[in-house]
Design a protein around this ligand. Structure first.
Ligand code: NAX
Length: 428
């Protein structure tokens, strides 16, 4: 039909010659009878290939179980957040930007090592999910302003589709202006010869000051996740000094510990991590945290039954999860950054988009007295999320051993908060 149209006005003779030529060309392309059809050659980044990825991305059920697919680009790594970000790029279904589509995300301590890993993940949509654009704000101290400028340049050079702006700040009030999601990574590190009280005092002073900035400048429904240690106590101080921010909007990150627990159970059972569900981190993000497997499942069966080794689950497993950070420092000579950044994205993503039916995660949230944990402590609980809000999972049975471990962590948090208040009073 195409040939016919093209040659419509041409004389019959010319038309006839043309038809013969076209037929000859088609005949040359057709494989000889019985011959195997020639494989279609594809350009590695052709449209059809990316459509293939997009199709797989759409069929994806929430978490990437597939590290073995050698050809999958880095964006489709294990983390669901990365995968979703890739889906957004591959399907190119992102709506035109409106004010509501732009999420303003603040990362404090952005010149540090977690910040460096976290900023690109956030810009790729790993925390906020597909369909959202990111206005990124990076805050650090004056001393780190040059490094911060470098981070900004690199983020710009990544040319992320979803990132509409990157701004750097050394003034906390300006950084907090109009923020929707605040990821509080900035903190004072423990230096040689410093007492625990000294580090705690410095950090709670930072969080007291940043609380006022968030309360006065951020959006009223800003979602806050505190990462910097002592994470639970920093979050409690932040909630205390930002009373206008709903208490439910202040959380601290224990998702890294949660993910570490899932990974250990997966490795021990020889199953993929995605098959492990509903482990719990109770308490403080410290060595008193209690990684609880009593309600965890592996491929839908109780984890204790699948692993069949209670001595391991009550002993080495708990120790390994608690000391994983130290093991990483020993191996890498640096503290965990990539896994911390990825866990921040998991924390924020689940908070915004909800946990899956029948599954929970662990978050440090303000205790309402559930499970006998003193009210007001920022304590890690099993939580489900729906509609941008978390709820503590209720009605789980707690055995005697768990009770003891949960109480120990609550006691540590109570003492830590008292010490923090003492530090603030002394510095006032
Ligand atoms: P880095 O020391 O690399 O980075 C911290 C950054 O914070 C530095 O750039 C510093 O200049 C900045 N900073 C200091 N005071 C600030 C202030 N007042 N305002 C803004 N920025 C400020 O540490 P990194 O390895 O990135 O770790 C950051 C924090 O995360 C630490 O407190 C660390 O202990 C904590 N962690 C918490 C985890 C968790 O699961 N909750 C796990 C990982 C990590 O250990």
């Amino acid at each position: 039909r195409i040939v016919r149209t093209v040659v419509d006005n041409v004389t019959d003779d010319v038309y006839a010659v043309h038809v013969v030529q076209v037929r000859a060309r088609l005949a040359r392309r057709r494989p000889a009878p019985g011959a195997r059809p020639r494989p279609r050659r594809r350009h590695p980044v052709s449209r059809s290939t990316s459509r293939g990825f997009a199709r797989r991305a759409r069929a994806f059920d929430g978490r990437c179980r597939d590290r073995r697919r050698g050809s999958v680009p880095w964006r489709t790594s294990r983390s669901r957040g990365h995968f979703d970000a890739f889906e957004a790029r591959a399907t190119a279904t992102m709506p035109a930007s409106t004010v509501d589509d732009v999420v303003t995300v603040l990362i404090t301590g952005a010149a540090g090592q977690i910040g460096y890993a976290l900023a690109p993940m956030v810009c790729a949509g790993a925390a906020t999910g597909p369909g959202k654009k990111i206005a990124l704000k990076l805050l650090d101290v004056e001393f780190a302003s040059e490094a911060l400028r470098g981070v900004k340049m690199e983020i710009m050079d990544c040319a992320f589709d979803a990132c509409v702006s990157v701004d750097v700040f050394t003034d906390c009030e300006k950084a907090c202006e109009g923020v929707d999601v605040a990821i509080m990574v900035g903190g004072f590190p423990r230096k040689q010869g410093m007492e625990r009280k000294d580090v705690l005092g410095k950090n709670v002073a930072i969080y007291k000051q940043q609380a006022s900035a968030l309360a006065s400048k951020a959006k009223k429904d800003v979602k806050i996740v505190v990462v910097a240690n002592p994470a639970n106590t920093n979050a409690k101080i932040l909630a205390k000094f930002a009373p206008s921010i709903p208490r439910g909007n202040v959380t601290c990150m224990t998702r890294l510990d949660h993910n570490r627990a899932l990974a250990q159970l997966g490795e021990r059972s020889g199953k993929a991590t995605i098959e492990v569900k509903n482990a719990i981190i109770w308490g403080n993000h410290s060595s008193t945290q209690y990684p609880d497997v009593n309600h965890a499942t592996i491929e839908g069966k109780p984890a204790r039954e699948v692993i069949g080794n209670d001595a391991y689950l009550d002993g080495d497993f708990v120790d390994v999860v608690r000391a994983r950070g130290a093991a990483i420092i020993e191996a890498r000579k640096l503290s965990s950054a990539l896994s911390a950044a990825s866990s921040v994205c998991d924390h924020v993503y689940d908070w915004i988009h909800g946990t899956k039916e029948g599954e929970w995660t662990s978050m440090g949230v303000i205790s309402d007295g559930s499970y006998g944990v003193p009210e007001g402590l920022v304590y890690s609980f099993p939580v489900t999320c729906t509609g941008g809000k978390w709820q503590i999972v209720q009605g789980l049975s707690i055995d005697e051993r768990s009770r003891k471990l949960m109480d120990e962590s609550a006691k540590e948090l109570t003492e830590e908060f008292e010490l923090a208040e003492q530090c603030l009073a002394e510095s006032a």
